[in-house]
Design a protein around this ligand. Structure first.
Ligand SMILES: [Zn+2]
Length: 376
């Protein structure tokens, strides 16, 4: 990641670069700021800058072998520590046990929160920690010879999740840091951090992002309309993780919408090839998404009925949905609504009980052709 790819935070970027240039780099820094301010991307960009073979005045080159290794998160001098849910059954004790997932998530979306990370590992609601095994792993990594001959960089993400034992071990390392080793503690909230550790680290405050910065990011990255992006940016209160979650939630709705339209069109046309196609497409989704798709379908049926019978009532629809329903809603009426709703509810019930998705959805689409035609 280069500084140019990091949203906003110009003051912090300049500060980091000028400290390096004037040789005032402290061996331990804490990047401290609210969730969703982009501290991890900033740290990654700075690590790349420090390891780059030919940085310009303000950024890494992005092309040298060291840059490429940082970008692919495989640089031997770049180490990560982050909270994990320790589980013997899953063979997870330290960060390294989830390194593949960690790299994947950063490549997928460098802006994420602890919850995003846990959700990515299917561990939402569990308690992640940086435990004492981790401090042993840190010592081992730091004893390795430097690969680039520049710096060894240890990024500790969410050090507030470090337990006391691990924190005490880390403190010892920070008191006598190995040569040419830089620690970056990337922290949302310093309240739970040992004061002795805080006193060893130089604190760099990272402010929340500005609304315009989030708006621009959303319009450029997700092609969201400016008005929608502005609303989401304002709601997110400077937390880009929330803004991204809101947009991605919306984009999955768009995917369900497209799938639903396809399903209803092929059911209406009673085109068996298209019907099998669409049922396979739904069956290929993961179970949670299949359930969400069913719920989405129930929502559209409900809105269709409201559109047909309660014309003056405000509908809970997005623009593309409302345009589609102008034509489609009339096929959903008292001749078929009960059965349609029953079939979808039934499908939901069976998905929850691990029914075979292929059979379930091919069965559902066949029933749909009859039910949609009933409404004509
Ligand atoms: Zn470079």
């Amino acid at each position: 990641m280069q500084f140019k790819d990091v949203i906003g935070q110009d003051a912090v970027k300049s500060r980091l670069i000028s400290e390096f240039k004037s040789d005032r780099l402290s061996h331990a820094k804490m990047l401290l700021g609210p969730e969703g301010s982009g501290k991890l991307p900033l740290t990654l960009a700075f690590a790349q800058f420090l390891l780059c073979d030919s940085p310009s005045g303000e950024d890494s080159c992005g092309a040298c072998p060291n840059c490429q290794k940082v970008q692919s998160l495989t640089h031997p001098d770049l180490h990560f520590v982050y909270p994990v849910v320790v589980s013997k059954a899953d063979k997870v004790t330290t960060s390294d046990d989830l390194r593949t997932e960690w790299n994947e998530l950063i490549h997928k979306r460098p802006y994420f929160s602890l919850n995003t990370w846990l959700e990515y590992n299917d561990r939402l609601g569990k308690n992640p920690i940086i435990g004492v095994d981790e401090s042993r792993a840190i010592m081992k990594k730091l004893s390795l010879k430097s690969y680039s001959d520049k710096f060894k960089i240890m990024i500790i993400w969410m050090p507030e999740k470090m337990n006391t034992q691990a924190a005490n071990k880390l403190l010892k390392i920070l008191e006598e840091p190995p040569k040419k080793t830089l620690f970056f503690l990337v922290c949302d909230n310093s309240e739970n951090i040992l004061p002795t550790i805080l006193s060893r680290a130089q604190i760099v405050h990272v402010p929340a992002l500005k609304s315009e910065e989030i708006t621009n990011y959303l319009t450029q990255t997700f092609q969201v309309e400016t008005g929608v992006a502005e609303t989401m940016a304002n709601l997110s209160q400077g937390n880009i993780v929330n803004a991204i979650d809101a947009v991605q939630g919306d984009s999955s709705k768009h995917a369900y919408f497209e799938l639903f339209v396809k399903l209803m069109r092929s059911a209406y046309a009673a085109n068996p090839i298209e019907l099998m196609d669409v049922s396979e497409e739904i069956a290929a989704l993961d179970r949670e998404k299949q359930k969400n798709f069913i719920l989405y379908g129930l929502h559209i049926f409900r809105e269709s009925i409201i559109m047909n019978y309660l014309k003056d009532k405000l509908l809970n629809l997005r623009k593309e949905e409302s345009e589609f329903l102008q034509k489609f809603a009339r096929f959903i009426n008292n001749k078929n609504i009960t059965e349609l709703t029953d079939e979808f509810n039934n499908a939901y019930y069976h998905i929850e009980r691990n029914a075979n998705a292929k059979i379930l959805f091919s069965d559902l689409v066949i029933k749909l052709t009859k039910l949609v035609r009933k409404g004509v």
